[in-house]
Design a binder for this molecule. Structure first.
Ligand SMILES: Cc1cc2nc3c(=O)[nH]c(=O)nc-3n(C[C@H](O)[C@H](O)[C@H](O)COP(=O)(O)OP(=O)(O)OC[C@H]3O[C@@H](n4cnc5c(N)ncnc54)[C@H](O)[C@@H]3O)c2cc1C
Length: 510
């Protein structure tokens, strides 16, 4: 029989000390700090972390703010730079580029989405490209960053060293009372009646018990996958890239305030500028290119000198069917993986943490909270998945077997519905808690030449000449505002110059 008053969770055990583990620990130190609970994190230096994951999206600012992190301290500790968006190179024809900028473009007029007005007016003189109306895109291409006075703030995120971010959060979490245990987990004990995890066993015989277990053990999914047996839902038929090769290079100037994602013949290459190095990697489909060729492609397309040997990573797109089972909640790679094309993994960790605290259980582990969590997180993964598939599918490339495959493959119904609606009159709706807003979809769709047949007919009710004048003014003001900003490199140097790696354990083992 269910205990009607099971009492609060007294001990939280976090398994894993990568980005996910330390984000969860830092948040727990902040939010569970009522003297009632103990938070323990177990990690194994011998196993190490994935150690890539350098680009983020704007909600990371909210996470850092909730933890009371000062931006200057954060920049100095993690070598971070500012990110205004992602430049996509070669995704439509192979010879094209566009910016998916944060913060959207233009201004809605009389309730009409800006892109609808632009679609009607775009051939008129002085109207220009849609991205000229995106303040973050204009500033990014000018290599500028700052906050314009008297104007809406620029939307931005960060590029940072994920290992240093985990180390930075670790210092905060430990100061906030989280206990770290070093050791390799070799087994689990489960309650024979409920199947809940009672304790994890470490090499050497130590046993760590707990009420709630947060599985941040990486791709292996030690508790959710292995112990609880929650199956992996494989999405590789939509997202065939299953490997990456990564290499850091010397930092290059100018310091770009954006990520670059360049399409290659069987995948794509990232370029992420940090203060002390540039992160580079080639994400590819092993069914379409060999590891050696993928590495050669990466090394042939670097802006500066490599500072380490290339390192290979393997993965599969998809997620666990449920992210909360019994008394185990998985965060990060233990829950699922979507390639870093739109820098969403760290964000999904953040979402998982905030939903877990919003639905924090008691020791009864009611299905009500668990099911809601699984529904919300399932939707979060699915909406990101569709957005990433869009980049591959909306292409005219047919120069390799890889592009022919992704261009013609069947896509999820949810994405088909969005594409069909957009192709008619450029309408996009944001459903439920979808991460990417209308402006993001529009930028990628138009950026990859999905041109709608028409536009919202309500636009024709407006006086086109007057609207065109207003639109031209927005374009001019956007450019002038961006031009007045400081250079990104100068801003970073004065705002939070990197202090170097602190003398703690090396945060990343490869
Ligand atoms: C190629 C690539 C590029 C990426 N780029 C980005 C990006 O730009 N932006 C972004 O947001 N995300 C990116 N990601 C995702 C990002 O790296 C991860 O989401 C993030 O690092 C979280 O990893 P994690 O903490 O879940 O797992 P891991 O880093 O793998 O950490 C797992 C932890 O579990 C511990 N552990 C495992 N087994 C045991 C055991 N038996 N006993 C004890 N401890 C154990 C390990 O010691 C480690 O501490 C990228 C991922 C890949 C693969």
């Amino acid at each position: 029989m269910t205990d009607p008053n099971p009492g609060p969770i007294r001990k939280v055990v976090i398994v894993g000390g990568g980005t996910a583990g330390w984000m969860a620990a830092a948040a727990a130190a902040r939010y569970l700090d009522d003297g009632q609970r103990q938070v323990v994190l177990i990690e194994s230096d011998a196993i190490g972390t994935v150690g890539v994951g350098e680009a983020t999206i704007p909600p990371i600012l909210g996470f850092n703010a909730l933890l009371g992190i000062d931006e200057r301290d954060f920049l100095r500790a993690t070598g971070a730079t500012f990110k205004l968006g992602i430049e996509f190179v070669g995704w439509d024809t192979g010879d094209d580029r566009y910016m998916h900028a944060f913060g959207g473009h233009g201004r809605d007029i009389q309730g009409l989405a800006f892109h609808q007005l632009w679609l009607k007016l775009r051939d008129r003189p002085g109207i220009g490209a849609l991205e000229e109306y995106a303040p973050s895109a204009v500033a990014a291409y000018l290599h500028k960053f700052g906050q314009p006075g008297g104007q809406p703030p620029l939307a931005y995120a960060y590029h940072f060293d994920a290992g240093l971010y985990a180390a930075f959060l670790r210092r905060r979490a430990e100061a906030g009372g989280v206990t770290r245990i070093e050791g390799r987990i070799t087994g689990t004990d489960r309650d024979p009646l409920t199947g809940h995890v009672r304790a994890v066993r470490l090499e050497g015989g130590q046993s760590v018990d707990g009420d709630l277990f947060i599985d941040c053990s990486g791709f292996r999914s030690l508790l959710l996958g292995e112990t609880m047996g929650v199956a992996f839902e494989d999405w590789s038929h939509w997202l065939p890239c299953d490997r990456a090769v990564a290499v850091p290079t010397e930092p290059s100037t100018p310091l770009l305030p954006y990520t670059r994602a360049t399409a290659r013949t069987a995948g794509w290459q990232w370029r992420i500028p940090l203060q002390h190095r540039t992160g580079n990697g080639h994400v590819y489909s092993s069914a379409h290119i060999s590891d050696d060729e993928a590495t050669a492609t990466l090394l042939a397309n670097l802006d500066s000198k490599p500072t380490a040997e290339p390192r290979q990573l393997r993965f599969k797109a998809g997620r666990r069917e449920r992210l909360w089972e019994g008394n185990v909640v998985a965060l990060g790679l233990a829950g699922g993986f979507l390639e870093p094309l739109e820098s969403t993994s760290i964000h999904l960790i953040q979402t998982g943490i905030s939903k877990l605290f919003a639905l924090f259980p008691d020791r009864g582990f009611s299905a009500v909270e668990r099911d809601e969590y699984n529904r919300l997180m399932g939707d979060a993964y699915t909406s990101v998945r569709d957005f990433i598939i869009l980049h591959y599918h909306a292409t005219r490339r047919d120069d390799s077997a890889f592009w022919r495959h992704v261009r013609t493959m069947p896509i999820p119904d949810s994405l088909t519905r969005k594409l069909t609606l957009f192709r008619k009159n450029a309408r996009i709706f944001r459903y439920d808690d979808e991460l990417f807003g209308i402006s993001s979809w529009v930028q990628v769709l138009l950026g990859q030449d999905v041109v709608p047949v028409g536009y919202d007919p309500i636009v024709d009710a407006l006086d086109a000449d007057r609207v065109a004048d207003a639109v031209r003014q927005i374009r001019g003001a956007t450019l002038r505002t961006a031009q007045a900003l400081p250079g990104h490199g100068d801003f970073v140097a004065t705002h939070g110059r990197f202090e170097g790696v602190p003398p703690m354990r090396s945060p990343v083992r490869t």
